[in-house]
Design a protein around this ligand. Structure first.
Ligand code: ADP
Ligand code: MG
Length: 395
């Protein structure tokens, strides 16, 4: 689950990580009030969307305005916020459609001496979290990783102890910090890592992480993603969820108990089991097709779930064919066939539908589909199903 920058900063602040003072605003008047409370002389008005690259992004409605803007008066804060609110910001991460801004964060402007990069991610190679830090902050870290990976320093995190003092100092020295900057960095890094562990983050990125002229370290940006599987331990994070930032079909699927990820292809997939869903997507691609989604209806797929799954898949205008790949392990294929036929009737499927069933009572299940009089293309195995669904696109 992703959250907004202003929400992440409230949590970071509570965890003792230094962030500049700031207020969220949903109108020009609120932005002006925020500027006055901050006391000037400068502040930054920042568009709140679940995507990065805001600084370099541009508004569709205001091509000269970026997603992060320095302001010098309450009037200017109000004017900029009014332009941003309700407008669509396009950044390298939003895709061409952009994202509509419904809140801005008005933050005190800092006197930046150095912009650094900090990221904490879960690294498969070390089977745990890793703290990454780089002197090349503020710019595209992907470029740094691709062209000068040696500029990214890494420390493996001990999840019980957190970041050790010696690890923090090692990084501070490697960044060339001096004097009180080192103490400031040590405290910042340790608290940041503690926050990551205690809140079950899957990713936390501070870019830029800044050093002020007086040697203090501050989080100037904050991108935090929580591990959704651990959210049950953090009921207080529930209100932070912004459904308007999430894909509507994914939200609908979650409500129906389906695991669904929208993709860009044109073959809708309805599968039971995450592993089977992954291999179905692979095999579709192997046969020259492009999956439109990942959809796992789970082990005990029932009529309601299958119906809702078809509706979600067909809600995507790109979908030109559907492949159902279900293994009757817990359920018998006859039960699945029955659910498919009822859902077919209810939803009114208009695109080619290829069904591959396997498992218990498979012969009887296939027979039910074949004799149903519906336009259902039967497949015997996964390769056959993929071949048939790709062929149906050209038909
Ligand atoms: P994004 O990563 O989405 O572009 P950031 O929060 O990193 O958004 O802001 C972009 C740039 O704006 C930063 O690299 C920094 O130079 C500047 N900036 C952001 N917040 C402040 C602030 N409070 N004071 C001064 N400059 C800021
Ligand atoms: Mg940033």
């Amino acid at each position: 689950m992703k959250i907004h920058e202003y929400q992440a900063k409230q949590l970071l602040k509570a965890a003792g990580v230094p962030v500049p003072p700031g207020f969220v605003a949903r109108s020009g008047a609120e932005a002006a009030e925020a500027f006055t409370k901050l006391g000037g002389p400068i502040a930054v008005v920042k568009s709140q969307i679940h995507a990065g690259g805001r600084g370099k992004g541009r508004f569709k409605e205001h091509p000269d305005l970026g997603g992060v803007k320095l302001v010098r008066s309450a009037e200017e804060a109000s004017q900029i916020a009014t332009q941003m609110l309700g407008s669509t910001l396009v950044t390298i991460q939003t895709g061409p459609a952009g994202k509509q801004v419904s809140a801005v964060y008005v933050e005190g402007g800092l006197e930046i001496a150095r912009e650094l990069y900090l990221g904490v991610v879960v690294d498969r190679d070390v089977a745990g979290p890793v703290l990454m830090i780089s002197s090349e902050g503020g710019m595209d870290i992907e470029e740094v990783a691709a062209h000068s990976p040696e500029k990214i320093l890494k420390e493996k995190i001990d999840v019980l102890a957190g970041l050790h003092g010696f690890q923090a100092r090692k990084l501070a020295f490697a960044l060339g910090l001096e004097g009180n900057q080192i103490k400031s960095a040590e405290s910042f890094l340790q608290k940041m890592v503690r926050f990551f562990i205690d809140s079950d983050c899957s990713m936390a990125e501070i870019n830029p992480l800044v050093l002020t002229k007086s040697g203090e370290m501050f989080a100037l940006d904050a991108k935090v993603t929580f591990d959704s599987n651990a959210l049950y331990r953090h009921k207080n994070y529930e209100p932070l969820r912004d459904l308007s930032e999430e894909d509507a079909s994914e939200v609908r699927a979650t409500t129906a108990g389906l695991s669904f990820v929208k993709l860009d292809g044109n073959i809708g997939c309805l599968v039971n089991g995450a592993g089977l869903a992954m291999s179905t997507m692979d095999v579709i691609k192997l046969h020259g097709g492009e999956p439109a989604n990942f959809l796992d209806v789970g082990g005990g797929a029932n009529v309601d779930q299958v119906t809702e799954a078809f509706r979600i898949i067909l809600g995507d205008p790109n979908v030109k064919a559907i492949l159902v790949n279900i293994f009757g392990g817990i359920m018998q294929c006859t039960t699945i066939a029955e659910a498919l036929l009822i859902a077919y009737e209810k939803v009114g499927i208009t695109v080619p539908l290829v069904v591959r069933l396997e498992g218990s009572q498979v012969e009887a299940g296939r027979k039910m589909l074949d004799e149903s009089g519906r336009r259902i293309i039967s497949a015997t195995d996964l390769a056959d199903a993929a071949t048939k669904v790709v062929a149906s696109l050209g038909a």
